[in-house]
Design a protein around this ligand. Structure first.
Ligand code: ADP
Ligand code: ZN
Length: 614
């Protein structure tokens, strides 16, 4: 164990294992098979990379994502671990070179695509001294998983060729059918199944509902300005929305790139590359984005549209904060999205399953108990504490007797013969003089203007609650017109009371100014995350700048040099000697030698200390 810990520090710069990592590694060293279920960012890679370093011979890592392979290999090499990859992106001569190094025993980890496994199973692979085989993204083997890859089904030959070598299959997808499928298809030998908690406490969870497009953009601009200089993804349902948002954000001097399946491969690659290398901080993307990237310093994820299931949602927000540092997520929930997603689900092959998944997602959005508890219980984990890092925990709902509000709304619905949707209902309640309202004569009904004292957004929130509480129903098939239910009638006629939750906007309703001036203003007022003082912020910016310059010079993504978590440690610890610098998370021997002096000099400079003596 001590030896393993020493290797962990030396090559990865970490001083302790995350939950389950040590158990998994010890199991591998006993030459036994294992199946590992860990959430994205949970630390799966160390589970096979560390034994690979410890064991003699070579470890094969099968991975379906070529882009991810490149990243992992670069990361390992930067930490002083000899690694290489074999896949279709590599030239023939390079492949020959890699193979030779492997045969000579000069490579500890070989990343290989499933297609290459098949091609090399008879000649090249048997010539190697294989000590461990890791199958990453193992759910790709199953038809039940959400990401089936036919090439994966051929991996069964590995167990035939290497019956004595321990196997480790890893995935972030947890359901039982997929699990059984993985074990059977890979012919794992009585594997031990390791399931780690799916909790990602460093991700904050927030849901905003009932906002229209303009309002969402306003909230989003505000959010992004609070996260200035940090990378983030905005997920959208439609390709056109991604491009629209890029334009809209541009008006507020926020530079963003679009990413969707309608772009050419070159355009997609450029968008991804700009994002990975911090040339663009915001990507507006459809769900196509994120599968192949391993960027560890994504600090926030926004869902401009609601996802269709909790699995998708969790996977997408999971792309933030893989380095373990604090990250924020924000989801916009609206009936309009719900209607579109319902339609998708109904038209899909698996109508029942998909509608149920959508229902669970909807309930998550509408809940007024700790959101993390709902997520974790969805993944089958028992939780007995509120998390303290979701909007419900941080802003506990305050209830009041809203019977009069409900009566006003419901009576207006009835007086229109139940012919209006949410927006028109609010216009009536607030006494708007819109033409589409007066044309229908709605200004003559008795409740016209009865809710003038309640602002538009507040009404919207309360009507959502009325739907949720079952006082109103939405006729989705018929223009989303509102209908009063029998439960609603009881409140309307004073037979029962309605407890509503107080509306509390999280942003000030100030107008956002646009352009360069706005950007500068925002920069002055923003509160940088976890940075307590101006001096810390100055140091943080200087460190980031240095990391960026080194990355440019070495032509590698900045997070390969140091993660955000490492920079945060540097700000907190302010290491001014090599010894102190070695304490920083993610600083192993190689990085200490390679970057230690440069970073220490900068820190001493910012702290106005004399130069480090030789
Ligand atoms: P995934 O499970 O998604 O493959 P990774 O293996 O990429 O996750 O790990 C996510 C992040 O956590 C990486 O930045 C990795 O370096 C870091 N990490 C992994 N193990 C540890 C550890 N024991 N201590 C600190 N950080 C760790
Ligand atoms: Zn919570």
């Amino acid at each position: 164990m001590e030896q393993l810990l020493a290797l962990l520090k030396k090559f990865f710069g970490y001083t302790s294992f995350r939950p389950l990592q040590a158990e998994i590694i010890q199991h591998i060293l006993l030459k036994k098979d294992s199946l590992v279920l860990m959430p994205t960012g949970g630390g799966k890679s160390i589970c096979y990379q560390l034994p690979a370093i410890y064991l003699p011979g070579i470890t094969l890592v099968i991975s379906p994502l070529i882009a991810l392979m490149k990243d992992q290999v670069e990361g390992l090499i930067a930490n002083g671990v000899p690694a290489a990859s074999l896949n279709s992106m590599i030239s023939e001569s390079e492949q020959q070179q890699v193979k030779q190094l492997c045969v000579q025993g000069k490579i500890k980890l070989l990343y290989i695509s499933p297609e290459r496994v098949k091609a090399e199973a008879d000649w090249f692979l048997p010539r190697l001294d294989v000590s461990l085989i890791a199958i990453d993204e193992a759910h790709c083997i199953s038809h039940w998983g959400h990401d089936f890859r036919p090439e994966y089904t051929q991996l069964a030959i590995l167990k035939e060729r290497f019956p004595k070598v321990p196997f480790i299959a890893l995935t972030a997808t947890a359901d039982k059918v997929t699990r059984t499928d993985i074990v059977a298809q890979l012919r794992l030998n009585d594997p031990k199944i390791f399931i780690s908690s799916f909790d990602r406490p460093n991700l904050s969870l927030t849901v905003r509902r009932g906002l229209n497009q303009r309002e969402k953009i306003r909230v989003m601009v505000h959010f992004i300005r609070q996260h200035q200089g940090q990378s983030g993804i905005i997920y959208c349902l439609r390709r056109s929305t991604t491009e629209m948002l890029v334009d809209e954000l541009g008006k507020y001097a926020i530079r963003a790139g679009a990413y969707h399946a309608g772009l050419s491969p070159q355009e997609r690659e450029k968008a991804q590359d700009d994002f990975i290398n911090d040339r663009v901080e915001v990507v507006c993307a459809t769900v196509a984005f994120g599968m192949g990237i391993d960027k560890s310093n994504i600090r926030w994820v926004i869902h401009f549209n609601m996802p269709g299931s909790i699995e998708n949602y969790y996977q997408e927000i999971g792309r933030a904060g893989r380095d373990g540092a604090k990250s924020d997520t924000l989801l916009f929930y609206s009936l309009a999205d719900l209607i579109v997603l319902r339609q998708f689900a109904e038209e899909s092959g698996q109508q029942e399953v998909n509608l149920e998944k959508l229902n669970r997602m909807q309930r998550y959005c509408e809940t007024d108990i700790c959101r993390r508890r709902i997520l974790l219980s969805y993944f089958g984990e028992e939780v007995d504490k509120d998390c303290g890092n979701c909007d419900v925990c941080l802003n506990p709902p305050e209830r009041f007797d809203g019977s009069v509000l409900v009566q006003k709304a419901l009576s207006a619905v009835i007086r229109t013969n139940q012919q209006v949707a949410i927006d028109m209902l609010i216009y009536i309640l607030r006494g708007s003089a819109r033409v589409d309202l007066t044309e229908k004569g709605y200004h003559h009904i008795k409740t016209y203007g009865a809710g003038r004292d309640v602002p538009y957004l507040e009404w919207k929130e309360y009507i959502y609650q009325m739907i949720q509480l079952g006082f109103l129903e939405v006729d989705y098939a018929n223009g989303n017109k509102l209908k009063v239910t029998s439960l609603g009638n009881k409140v309307l006629y004073g037979q029962s009371k309605a407890l509503l939750t107080k509306y509390r906007p999280t942003e000030k309703d100030t107008k956002l100014s646009r352009g360069k001036v706005a950007e500068e203003k925002a920069a002055k007022t923003r509160s940088a995350y976890s940075l307590q003082t101006q001096a810390d912020e100055q140091l943080w910016n200087a460190l980031k700048q240095l990391r960026y310059q080194l990355a440019e010079k070495e032509k590698t993504p900045a997070y390969i040099i140091f993660t955000d978590a490492a920079l945060e440690d540097m700000v907190e610890l302010k290491p001014t000697t090599m010894e102190e610098f070695a304490q920083v998370r993610g600083v192993g021997q190689i990085k200490l030698e390679k970057y230690g002096r440069t970073f220490i000099s900068l820190i001493r400079f910012v702290l106005k200390m004399p130069k480090l003596k030789e």
